[in-house]
Design a protein around this ligand. Structure first.
Ligand SMILES: *Cc1c(COP(=O)(O)O)cnc(C)c1O
Length: 443
């Protein structure tokens, strides 16, 4: 299958090129040129299938032409070694818990899938040259990518993070691993880390010296596998409620990669009636849905910081999908989108209030991201509809905030505690590109 660029000015790429390059030459995002629908038989039987089998079917529709099917099955099974339960919070509202992976983040699935896919391509090509993944992080992405790539031979990962700006739990998740993971502590802010990574990709001498690639959420191998979650959620819901339910899926969104994967699932035939994109105070897409005009602006810091995005990169994919690659006018595209997707936006005060209210009423502990999703369903669900929201992070990952807001002591899962026992190792660097380049030239 070929992948085209949302900017329409780059040549199409095959899967390998799209994954290794990440971004097209014209700075656009890669889109699969077809989205294959899944069969009636698949949807008839889905409630009896395991998460892994469901995911393998979905993965085959996307990647089956380009990867040997046995290898693909192995890759999917290796990626999904944990459960993704749908938990009833109260009548009509269910939490889809996406935080049971290795770093308790939903990004684990995309990160591991991408690592194994890159490894597959390296091996298939005879792979003698090491591939180096550069990733800038303010927390969650770094830990998911580092753990996803840990021990994958032929690939070395450099995680750049801002000194003193990452929570202690998150820092442990990528500085204690060792092996093929190097953490670089930059004396600067997140934007400096991102600038260093971008400059590295543009530096010719460095690119002659080593093979560089990125692992951020614009990569097709990172965002598409997130569609697995939504098919699995539908299956678990169908097993409990039967086939007739009008399902509404609500996704707390930042860069819009996760909801974009859900929408691709919908194009493949997933029987979901409509979607809600829940935002924190960074409400650019909410405003687009209200008005039809998209006006990016600098992000503001909130309690749900993994959703602090002022210009969500995957939004270009959503526009491309519903405009049929630019065939429809902006007005017609907006009309199609708003028929399927509504928005919501919540301030930090509202997030706190939701967390308290939900805990008091149901006993369920929401994290600040999931709280936006839960509240959007509580506000927008119509009679007869069943709502599922993604709980995107384990509340223990935001322990200080959650404890303070709810007046409780959230238990830290063993897996998270294990990271905190490890020895922190990182390379301190200034924010100057010359220093970063000199460091990489010695590798
Ligand atoms: C990354 C992340 C999000 C936002 O997901 P997008 O795919 O960027 O929209 C939401 N919640 C948590 C906890 C995250 O880590």
């Amino acid at each position: 299958m070929n992948y085209y660029s949302t900017n329409g000015k780059a040549p199409v790429a095959d899967l390998q090129k799209a994954v290794v390059k990440g971004l097209a030459e014209d700075r656009g995002l890669y889109m699969p040129e077809r989205i294959n629908a899944l069969s009636k038989a698949f949807f008839n039987d889905i409630q009896g299938m395991s998460f892994q089998d469901i995911a393998y079917n979905v993965a085959s529709a996307f990647f089956g032409e380009d990867i040997d099917l046995d290898a693909l099955q192995d890759l999917v099974y290796d990626t999904l070694q944990f459960d993704c339960p749908v938990v009833k919070v109260k009548d009509g509202i269910y939490a889809l818990e996406l935080f049971h992976g290795p770093t308790l983040a939903f990004k684990d699935v995309g990160a591991r899938f991408m690592a194994r896919l890159l490894q597959y391509f390296i091996r298939r090509g005879g792979g003698h040259q090491q591939v180096n993944v550069l990733v800038a992080t303010s927390g969650d992405t770094g830990s998911a990518v580092a753990n996803g790539f840990l021990g994958v031979d032929g690939i070395h990962v450099y995680v750049l993070y801002p000194k003193g700006k990452v929570s202690p739990i998150q820092e442990c998740q990528f500085t204690t691993l060792g092996r093929n993971i190097t953490a670089i502590e930059v004396d600067g802010v997140f934007d400096d880390c991102q600038r260093l990574v971008k400059s590295a990709f543009m530096d010719e001498e460095l690119n002659r010296h080593m093979k560089l690639t990125s692992a951020n959420s614009i990569n097709v191998a990172r965002f598409l596998p997130q569609a697995f979650y939504y098919f699995n959620a539908y299956a678990r819901l169908k097993a409990t409620l039967g086939t007739q339910a009008d399902v509404v899926m609500c996704v707390p969104s930042g860069n819009f990669g996760n909801i974009c994967a859900a929408l691709f699932g919908h194009e493949m035939g997933l029987p979901v009636k409509r979607f809600i994109a829940a935002n924190n105070a960074n409400d650019i897409v909410y405003k687009y849905l209200q008005t039809g005009s998209y006006e990016p602006k600098p992000s503001v810091q909130t309690l749900a910081n993994a959703m602090d995005v002022g210009d969500p990169s995957n939004f270009a994919r959503i526009i491309n999908l519903y405009s049929r690659n630019g065939e429809l006018s902006p007005a017609a595209t907006h009309e199609r989108i708003t028929q399927l997707i509504s928005g919501a936006t919540y301030t930090d005060d509202q997030i706190r209030e939701t967390m308290r209210q939900c805990y008091k009423e149901t006993g369920y502990i929401l994290d600040p991201h999931g709280a936006c999703g839960y509240q959007a369903l509580a506000d927008q669900l119509k009679p007869g509809e069943v709502g599922v929201f993604c709980e995107t992070a384990h509340p223990a990952k935001f322990k200080e905030k959650v404890d303070e807001i709810l007046g409780i002591d959230v238990a830290i899962p063993d897996r998270l505690a294990a990271f905190m026992k490890g020895k922190k190792q990182s390379v301190p660097l200034s924010k100057s590109f010359d220093d970063f380049k000199a460091y990489l030239m010695e590798r």
